[in-house]
Write a protein of this length. Structure first.
Length: 241
């Protein structure tokens, strides 16, 4: 190699080294910028994310399964256009809202005008199963009665299946009684009712009144159903406190 060529080679080497150093520096700067940028971004993102998490992780004191009887094609008892399936849903939503305020989680067997299954027994079993699925403390089913032989029968009834359920039935019926809308027909044996019988927790079924008699007046009144729902929730809360 000639001296000239050597010099040229040396210069090329220097340029190469300088280029590598510059590239390395640029790469280093790029890396640090993206690292810091990433940190800032993840910090910004983490703020709203943890707020959402805190909301979903709300600690409830207990869970109660609320079951509005019937739904869909199964309208239940009716008087004209007043259907049991709608009365039960309105009341259950009022119970649930009142429970939520007391930090008790309501789990609804249905929230829309739909049955859980077209087969009645399967439908009732699916409702009962929800107590186990949600590790519930209580199960409360809401219904409305009718009596085709007379239009004079009035009053609400609470069905129970065992001693533990009776305690709940008592606190609930005492609270409904306070409203003075109708007479208390007392606790009834509900041990053969599928939603109670196949339930794993203390369970009651409330018949709010007789749709064809004088009870029609409050059963057809949404504000009254709201109050009945709140009364039932008080009976539940009393035992959870
Ligand atoms: Zn019913």
């Amino acid at each position: 190699m000639s001296k000239k060529k050597k010099k040229l080679k040396l210069r090329v080497d220097r340029v190469m080294i300088a280029a590598v150093v510059v590239l390395a520096l640029l790469f280093g700067i790029y890396k640090s910028v993206s690292y810091v940028g990433g940190k800032i971004l993840s910090f910004l993102n983490s703020t709203p994310h943890s707020v959402v998490e805190a909301k979903t992780e709300k600690k409830y004191r207990a869970t109660v399964v609320l079951d509005p009887g019937h739904g869909g094609l199964d309208v239940g008892a009716n008087s004209g256009k007043l259907y049991e399936k709608n009365i039960s849903l309105t009341t259950v939503k009022a119970i649930g809202e009142a429970l939520e305020k007391e930090n008790i989680k309501p789990v609804y067997t249905r929230t829309t005008d739909e049955a859980l299954h077209e087969d009645k027994t399967t439908d009732l079993n699916m409702r009962a199963q929800m107590s186990l699925d949600h590790s519930a403390t209580y199960f409360v089913s809401i219904h409305v009665n009718d009596f085709d032989k007379s239009n004079d029968v009035t009053g609400f009834e609470v069905y129970t299946k065992d001693k533990e359920s009776e305690t709940l039935a008592n606190t609930i019926s005492q609270q409904i009684e306070k409203l003075n809308y109708s007479q208390n027909r007392g606790l009834q044996d509900g041990s053969s009712l599928v939603v109670l019988k196949n339930n794993t927790v203390p369970s009651v079924l409330v018949e709010l009144g007789y749709i064809n008699g004088p009870d029609y007046k409050y059963l057809n009144d949404e504000a009254k159903l709201q109050q009945i729902g709140e009364a039932i929730s008080k009976g539940i809360i009393e035992l959870i406190k």
